[in-house]
Write a new protein. Sequence first.
Length: 352
Amino acid sequence: MNSPILRGSRSARRPASSALALLLLGFSILTGCTAKTAEAPAAEAPGSGEAPAAGTKAVPVTQVTNWFAEPEHGGNYAALAKGFYKDAGIDMTIQPGGPGVSATQIVASGKAQFGMGQADEILFARQNGIPLVAILAAFQKNPQGIMVHKDQNIKDIAGLNGHKVYVGSGVAYWEYMKKAYKLDAVQELKYTGSLANFVNDKTAAIQCYITSEPFTMQKQGIETEVLLNADFGYNPYANVMFTTESFLKEHPEVVRGFVEATVKGWAYYKDHASEIHPTIQAKNPDLPIANMDYGAEAQKPLVYGGDAETKGVGYMTKERWEALAKQLVDIGLLKADVDPSQAFTVEYLPNK
């Protein structure tokens, strides 16, 4: 039985946060030999540090997401569709990610002003001399996890011992789990983006996003459980929007307008997701509306829960960043001299 890979489904997403990949990325940028990763023209840099006044020309800005258009980007597309970016004086272009597209690389090279990634990616980038700064985090709770067949009765990460696990090579969360839960009896196999091996082997487990793969399996009549990484100790902020230190310094009002409009977009998307989904589908025709509806509902507690309940969408804390940095140092993926307090700011959030 074959399992399809939907363009826009997280089942096809590249493995997240490989420290080796980011090390090579940092080298390519720092040596001036950046590889072309997306067929998009360089974005025109704003001409001043302030968003334009009413009646003047809007500032052209590009943001690069971390995958094809999907509900995990709902607030960004809502801000575009409802004119929140325009109201902030920004002429916004959202460039979807996908295989071979590195938001980190595109932003670092100056071809876009804002990018989307995970908190651990920001720390790895800074370790490699790429001065990125997170300015909001759409997901308070990370949606990544390990999907298992329900009838296997695997209730925690340690229960994966003795099973095949399809997972990306060198991804940070898996390196953490292997050490924290002594996964010395796991048969680790390469994640390819296909769910076929998982479908055909009821004892196997596979990396997933709780907003996507469980629904794909549900439609095939396969019952699953998801062991969320966040519930087992590894919870980096997800879908973090970032920019460079230099852009932050030179264009603070553009950053403020972007952050406030994006947060407003997420607030709107919470209760109007179905209105925004046709906009998302226009950018990703292969992703069914039913999948988007499922994803939007599944991610609500991850986006609007936690600190977002009182501080609003996007909020981040020093404690969370410090805890993440310590975990990465402990498993040997991050140098101890990387200062997590320099990796983010909440200065531009409307409810900081």
